[in-house]
Design a protein around this ligand. Structure first.
Ligand SMILES: [Zn+2]
Length: 241
């Protein structure tokens, strides 16, 4: 886990999306897109037991904005995960049939360039059978296609590193949102704490907030930030001076 490479922000498509910020290590990858109205949109891909955990924060979870941890088991020697990674990386539609029950089935779908060009949607969809069959988007995350592509490339990179002998981790690892950027921070994520930085609780900050990357990125783009995030990031900045 010693390798930490941080990409310089790069230009994505024209439009509202701003250059994403990304970082990666051997079995983890993390990226953020800056959206002019939706704010910071995070994606985190990491090993979880013998599978992969993809966390979209925020995502639409049962109609409200929340983190969406999606754990996909590796039951077929990496084939299914590699296919998903390839679809994300190449911007191709992809579906994975999940749970089926009486009268319904759940599918994980990647829908590229939807609802608009340059934006892709990952969704968990429940389809009811029968004449009144409803299609319900139970979970939905929209991100720039460029960020999905990076996530897919890193998914493909991590899958061969999964150990077939790893325990299958019944419950996905819990994450807590970084108080500065709401990135999902896992125990294994690089994070840090600033001491004596003022009255705000600054524990659990992600590394990009601690080292000032988040604030520097936000200075280059115009994205909405709630008052609490702004207060935390300004406290960090004051502590760094
Ligand atoms: Zn952060």
């Amino acid at each position: 886990m010693g390798r930490h490479k941080q990409h310089k922000p790069r230009r994505s498509r024209e439009g509202t999306e701003q250059p994403p910020v990304m970082e990666e290590s051997a079995t983890e990858w993390f990226g953020t897109a800056f959206h002019s109205t939706a704010g910071m949109q995070h994606l985190d891909v990491r090993q979880s037991g013998n599978g992969i955990l993809i966390t979209s924060a925020p995502a639409e979870v049962d109609g409200v904005l929340a983190g969406w941890p999606l754990r996909i088991r590796n039951d077929d020697d990496g084939q299914g995960l590699t296919e998903l990674g390839t679809a994300l990386a190449s911007g191709q539609p992809h579906g994975i049939v999940g749970e089926t029950g009486p009268g319904y089935e759940r599918v994980l779908m990647f829908i590229p360039n939807h609802p608009e060009e340059g934006v892709g949607t990952l969704a968990r969809i429940r389809t009811e059978h029968g004449p009144d069959g409803a299609i319900v988007f139970e979970r939905r995350a929209e991100r720039p296609m460029a960020l999905w592509a990076e996530a897919g490339e890193n998914l493909r990179r991590i899958v061969p590193l999964l150990s077939p002998d790893a325990p299958s981790a019944d419950e996905p690892e819990e994450s807590t949102p970084c108080p500065g950027c709401y990135r999902p921070v896992y125990d294994s994520s690089s994070s840090g704490m600033l001491i004596g930085a003022g009255p705000l609780p600054l524990a659990g900050l992600c590394r990009l907030c601690v080292n000032g990357t988040t604030l520097r990125s936000l200075e280059q783009v115009d994205v909405p930030l709630d008052a609490r995030q702004r207060a935390v990031l300004e406290s960090v900045s004051a502590a760094l001076v």
